[in-house]
Design a binder for this molecule. Structure first.
Ligand code: GAR
Length: 212
């Protein structure tokens, strides 16, 4: 039985997608804790309703980033997780934190990395006139929104799109690819090659193209 810890900042729809897939597909895994730095993160209510163990570590109570990350790492370590899942966790992580969990720390970012690291990814894709947008699941390295890519989902940018419409189209794909990536990791189906490339060892497609 593998153990997952999830970190959320907000509504937690990716957390829900992963937890729902885990239950429906009967993965040999459990979610030991859902942790948020925001006491009122909407996803915490859903997690509690599911009977998941939730923890709040309010970042405003810490003097600096290092102190918060140390407390967060100590809490995560209590569960000895095989995988730490960043599911809309909107904090910059210190190098020490990332190194501590390196290789078992996964994130989803709403762009086709390395394009559009950081915030406002959908508006920036629209402003750049992109015809394709998407999301990336990757292992976390100390560089923000960077690291070995596990799977990417691409969607078309359609005439008349605004930020909300494009975000919704991408989010629907996030809910497909993130559970898939987590399932692969827990089943030991991913291989990290020396150049920092991630290969699915049975050749599963590491992309999703959501045609309109
Ligand atoms: C998702 O779109 C996720 O890709 C993004 O935040 C949203 C969280 O939604 N993450 C980042 O921007 C990380 N850099 P959710 O709380 O409903 O899963």
């Amino acid at each position: 039985m593998k153990t997952i810890v999830m970190l959320i900042s907000g509504r937690g729809s990716n957390m829900q997608a992963i937890a729902t897939a885990l239950a429906a597909e009967r993965w040999p895994a459990r979610i030991a804790a859902v942790i948020s730095h925001r006491p009122h993160a909407g996803g915490l209510d859903w997690a509690r309703e599911q009977g998941l163990h939730t923890v709040v570590i309010d970042h405003t109570g810490f003097a600096n980033r290092e102190a918060f990350d140390a407390a967060l790492a100590a809490e995560i370590d209590r569960y000895d997780p095989d995988l730490v899942v960043l599911a809309g966790f909107m904090r910059i992580l210190t190098e020490g934190f990332v190194r501590h969990f390196e290789g078992r720390l996964m994130n989803i970012h709403p762009s086709l990395l390395p394009a559009f690291a950081g915030l406002h990814t959908h508006q920036r894709a629209l402003d750049a006139g992109c015809k394709v947008a998407g999301a990336t699941v990757h292992f976390v390295t100390p560089t923000l929104d960077h690291g070995p890519v596990v799977i990417q989902a691409a969607v078309p940018v359609l005439p008349g799109d605004d930020e909300a419409r494009l975000a919704a189209r991408v989010l629907a794909c996030e809910h497909v690819v993130y559970p898939r990536a987590v399932r692969w990791f827990l089943a030991d189906e991913l291989r990290l090659e020396p150049e920092g490339r991630v290969r699915h060892q049975h050749g599963e497609p590491q992309w999703l193209w959501a045609a309109p």
